[in-house]
Design a protein around this ligand. Structure first.
Ligand code: XMP
Length: 517
């Protein structure tokens, strides 16, 4: 295991949708935090030398036959203070000899918490009553020996502690914004109870990563990086550049399905601002030839992925003697998923450069694998990555290929690019670009009747999609102002030849997805 030498708090994940949020809150407080699966062994846990342990929430009931449990005696042998949240509290109660029972109905939503033990350190500095967010079906009906109730909602136990053994539990969720004073509770846990000083910041990660990259790549080794112009690969490349300069060659491939002007402007921007050693490869024709006549979305993805690997491999051969590949993998991608929720189904096969490392016998350098996206932006800013790149909307690897429904032709690419540019211009002009997660145009494979001047037309339909989201996992359609939508629509119909109708997508994810394909 590679440790970064900082104080660390460990979260054991029991499958709550909020687990990552707990980690982010702790890191925001300046304490490094990692998420491990619920079934982590005592020995493994101890090897992380945690200053504090948090047992997350989760969808199960402790009495379910398949409920996720910790190794026996883990709570005692963690050698640090422990905080159980929601399911974590119930598990602690259950494991230590208390009693948990199903509530009459599932408690979900706001509740008023009353603190009954005013000198408990977990609630230090908080008012006697506060709003908290609940989401649970069970509650504790008998405290384990040595524990006292520290707070209640109505008459039910909502928080408890055993100060002597440094064990704490809350039934509500302090990590969510709906518990307005929740941050203070988590801060109390890490600072007052665990005694952390707060020695971590995303910026501090830069020097550590630079040192680690230098160590990995030694004095002479060459490294390649597939640059997409997005936040993750650009920041990863900037970090590696700081470590080993021009021993990194970045390869930026025009796959023929990029947005208008994207290849030229991004290439120039990254060359200028970061002085990266970038090699732009115009492989548009190669990709479009491979995609000719292909309609099925998954086949489009597979073809683009495979062609990318071929192009990349050719370039790497030209550079010669490359041993490492840089990837912008983020922390949410590496958190070992727990099977609490059962194996997840592949909805869309996302890929970046999967398959390359094995095929080319390359070792990976992943300098962002301990970071969340917002932390990557912070260090990107420190490294001088242009704001234009850091604030850019995510853009899928298969690009416009999954935004043209049906097969991809030059003519369709022209339409979708022009519509996309107009939407982008209007969002920026209306200062709305930053408030949406993604916004784009989709070309539909149908024609509809219209009238222009005195002429009947029979032309294409463009759908506009704009969504708000925190992480792309769920999303809602953006309530864009009507005058912006009106301007986008009239500009597309008048400026983009071949389009006579524009529709706005009002579906959320789930049940829809963000991209149409
Ligand atoms: P969906 O459509 O699954 O998209 O709701 C979620 C996020 O992922 C992006 N996306 C992709 N990114 N390769 C990628 O690199 C892909 O094949 C792919 N498909 C979707 C999408 O733009 C959104 O941000």
């Amino acid at each position: 295991m590679q440790t970064n030498g900082h104080e660390r708090v460990i979260i054991l994940d029991f499958g709550s949708q909020y687990t990552q949020l707990i980690a982010r809150r702790i890191r925001e407080a300046g304490v490094y935090c990692e998420i491990l699966p619920f079934n982590t062994s005592i020995a493994d846990l101890q090897s992380h030398k945690p200053r504090g342990l948090i047992l997350s929430g989760g969808p199960s009931s402790v009495y379910d036959p398949n409920a996720p449990r910790v190794e026996r005696k883990l709570i005692d042998q963690a050698n640090c203070p422990v905080l159980g949240i929601c399911y974590g509290l119930q598990l602690m109660a259950y494991e230590l000899g208390g009693e948990v029972q199903p509530s009459k109905s599932r408690e979900y939503g706001y509740s008023r918490l009353t603190i009954v033990e005013p000198d408990t350190r977990l609630f230090a500095g908080l008012p006697k009553e506060l709003d908290v967010w609940l989401s649970h079906g069970d509650h504790v009906t008998r405290l384990p020996g040595g524990f006292v109730m520290t707070a209640k909602t109505d008459d039910a136990v909502n928080a408890f502690e055993n100060r002597e053994r440094n064990l704490y539990g809350v039934q509500f969720h302090p990590e969510v914004a709906h518990t307005p004073l929740g941050r203070q509770i988590l801060r109390n846990f890490v600072f007052e109870i665990c005694g952390c000083k707060g020695d971590w910041s995303p910026a501090a990660a830069i020097e550590e990563q630079v040192a680690r990259i230098r160590e990995t790549a030694g004095e002479n080794d060459h490294v390649i990086c597939g640059l997409s112009g997005g936040v993750d690969s650009s920041v990863a490349a900037a970090l590696v550049h700081r470590a080993i300069g021009d021993r990194q060659t970045c390869i930026f491939v025009d796959n023929g399905v990029l947005r208008e002007g994207e290849f030229e402007t991004t290439l120039a921007l990254l060359k200028q601002s970061l002085k990266l050693n970038i090699h732009g490869v115009d492989a548009g024709i190669r990709f479009l030839d491979a995609l000719e006549g292909v309609v099925d979305p998954e086949r489009k993805r597979k073809i683009i992925g495979a062609t990318f690997i071929d192009v990349f491999e050719d370039e790497a051969k030209r550079i010669g003697d490359v041993r490492f590949l840089v990837q912008g993998t983020l922390y949410p991608d590496v958190i070992e998923s727990v099977s609490v929720r059962g194996p997840s189904v592949t909805i869309k096969s996302h890929h970046n450069v999967g398959g390359l490392p094995e095929k080319m016998n390359l070792k990976l350098i992943e300098p962002l694998r301990e970071l969340f996206k917002d932390e990557v932006r912070i260090i990107g800013r420190e490294l001088g990555v242009p704001e234009e790149i850091l604030s850019r909307h995510p853009f899928p690897g298969p690009g416009l290929a999954v935004r043209i429904i049906g097969d991809i032709t030059e003519e369709r690419l022209r339409i979708v690019r022009a519509a996309d540019r107009i939407l982008d211009e209007e969002l920026r002009r209306g200062e709305l670009y930053g408030s949406v997660w993604q916004a784009f145009a989709v070309l539909l494979p149908i024609s509809t009747v219209g009238v222009m001047g005195d002429e009947r037309t029979y032309e294409r339909v463009v759908a506009i999609r704009a969504v708000t989201s925190v992480d792309g996992m769920t999303a809602d359609w953006a309530r864009l102002p009507q005058d912006i939508l009106a301007r986008v629509s009239s500009r597309i119909v008048s400026e983009v030849k071949g389009v006579n109708r524009v529709v706005y997508d009002i579906s959320s994810k789930p049940p829809s997805t963000i991209e149409w394909e």
